[in-house]
Design a binder for this molecule. Structure first.
Ligand code: NAD
Ligand code: 6OD
Length: 477
């Protein structure tokens, strides 16, 4: 399968090609077409025409049937999707086969379930005259936003793309989707599935390419876009906001994080260590929800650090960073941490395997201690397998440290005291707080971040609300 654009029901490789490399060994494994501006414009025009054509005339039940057919189509080609995700990201096969691809299927099924019958949610009120206007019946319906741009990152490529595509289609929008330039493959397979289920042409368009000065920017600055749903770095979010400001385009943003874990002395230590190992090192730390700041109550600090460091040092089957550039960025933080005075408890460099992986983009799972609260390594998102562990003395200090960040995406709290869990969790400035667990997901719940971690919430009704517009109809009686 070669990465291809999909615009108005036609596949193409228009535009110059750039190399696609395997993060596992650095070899070039293919090329990706870079969408020229004209193709992006064509995709936006096709999406608009779809809304004015058969796609715009579909009812929600028909759209839900499409979503279910797409889920079935991915399932029928499950292994191909897994292979493609592993090839692009280098992530362990087990992760792609148990998380990425099942969740993509789950995203379509969940939004089919949640959307079916949703127009019935339209509410109405009959009110006596107000300010002498006479009695009226008001009812409110939701209509699609129109043409939505979906821009997604490389870390969970299909999961995060479909997390927006599914609700946006369910709500009746037409889409122009741009996946990360690093991970074009599962998006192309998705386009093949969508083509096979005969979604009306133009309802889903896919363009590949880079962000700045390229396909991403061509898309976000196109005046024909009615909304932008973006997941990626906070700095990219700022750039997209500037483009969106031009046409006052609404945005839904899921951005970066520097997520804290609070480990209280009354926590089950085995579970807290295992949980933090998972939350810091899953997908080599390349999950926006990963823990990079760990705060441990002083009586168990030394024991916790010893155990976490030991287990991190024993990790073997971890995947690479996505690119040479990202590996170099992560390694530069490893060096910076030492310059800033860190003690390296585990890792701290690049591993040597003695096989083809030495040409790949691997870094060691790294545990640090000893940094000041204002160290750059403690404040900036690294997006790699790194965590810094610091002690705290009481609940108030733990909450203050957790909130001492420009970010506010997710947090974990480890305690066996139920009252403490309820007291602490709502005081953490984050969109998601997990207690005695991490990344336990119910797709109906609100998902998103505060501060530099995002704007708005997705998930369940929250996505369906973002991807549709309430229209109030007032009938004078
Ligand atoms: P990125 O911001 O570099 O790129 C994301 C997407 O935006 C890519 O498709 C890219 O081509 C595009 N893009 C870049 N510049 C653009 C521009 N000026 N205009 C339009 N599009 C542009 O992010 P990344 O490196 O792919 O992903 C890692 C980042 O994403 C991390 O910061 C991580 O925390 C964040 N992330 C957040 C969530 C969340 O749910 N909050 C989920 C996953 C990743
Ligand atoms: O689980 C999800 O729905 C979700 N959006 C996860 C994001 C992970 C970030 O890398």
């Amino acid at each position: 399968m070669k990465p291809a654009h999909y615009v108005n029901g036609a596949f193409s490789t228009a535009g110059p090609a750039f190399p696609l490399r395997s993060p596992i060994d650095g070899r070039q494994v293919g090329t990706v077409p870079e969408a020229p501006r004209a193709l992006v414009d064509e995709a936006v025009t096709a999406a608009r025409a779809a809304l004015d054509g058969p796609w715009g005339a579909t009812g929600v039940e028909e759209r839900c049937a499409f979503l279910r057919a797409i889920a079935d189509g991915i399932e029928a080609r499950f292994d191909e999707f897994v292979d493609a995700e592993v090839a692009d990201t280098g992530k362990p096969r087990e992760l792609a086969a148990t998380v990425d691809i099942p969740r993509a299927i789950g995203n379509f099924r969940a939004y089919a379930d949640l959307s079916y019958g949703r127009p019935d949610r339209a509410y109405n009120t009959r009110v006596p005259g107000w300010s002498g206007t006479g009695e009226a019946l008001n009812y409110t319906v939701r209509r699609p936003l129109g043409v939505v741009a979906v821009i997604s990152p490389w870390n969970l490529p299909l999961l995060l793309l479909t997390w927006k595509v599914a609700p946006a289609l369910a709500a009746g929008n037409a889409l122009v989707v741009k996946p990360s330039e690093e991970t074009p493959s599962t998006a192309t397979l998705l386009a093949e599935v969508i083509d096979a289920v005969r979604l009306p042409h133009g309802a889903f368009n896919l363009v590949h390419g880079h962000g700045t000065g390229a396909a991403g920017e061509f898309l976000t600055s196109n005046p024909g876009i009615d909304a932008i749903a973006f997941t990626g770095e906070s700095a990219t979010g700022s750039a997209i906001m500037r483009a969106a400001a031009q046409h006052v385009t609404p945005v839904s943003f899921e951005l970066g994080g520097k997520n804290p874990a609070l480990i209280f002395a009354d926590a089950d230590l085995d579970e807290a260590v295992e949980g933090t190992l998972r939350s810091s090192f899953t997908h080599s730390g390349q999950v926006c929800l990963c823990t990079e700041r760990v705060y441990v109550e002083r009586p168990i600090f030394d024991e916790f650090v010893r155990r976490l460091g030991e287990k991190a040092g024993q990790l073997k089957d971890y995947g690479p960073m996505i690119s040479a550039e990202h590996r170099d960025k992560v390694l530069s933080y490893y060096r910076l941490a030492v310059e800033e005075g860190a003690t390296v408890v585990a890792g701290g460099g690049a591993p040597s395997f003695g096989d083809e992986r030495d040409g790949g983009y691997y870094v060691e799972p790294t545990v640090l201690t000893g940094l000041a609260a204002d160290a750059r390594t403690v404040r900036e998102e690294v997006f790699g397998p790194i965590c810094h562990v610091a002690p705290f003395d009481d609940e108030a200090e733990a909450i203050r440290l957790a909130n001492d960040s420009p970010y506010g995406l997710a947090a974990t709290v480890w305690t066996s005291d139920l009252s403490r869990a309820h007291r602490v969790a709502p005081r953490i400035e984050a969109g998601i707080v997990w207690v005695n667990c991490w990344n336990l997901r119910d797709l109906r719940t609100p998902f998103g971040g505060v501060k530099a971690s995002g704007i708005g919430r997705e998930g369940g009704e929250y996505s369906l609300d973002f991807f549709s517009e309430p229209v109030n109809v007032c009938i004078k009686i």
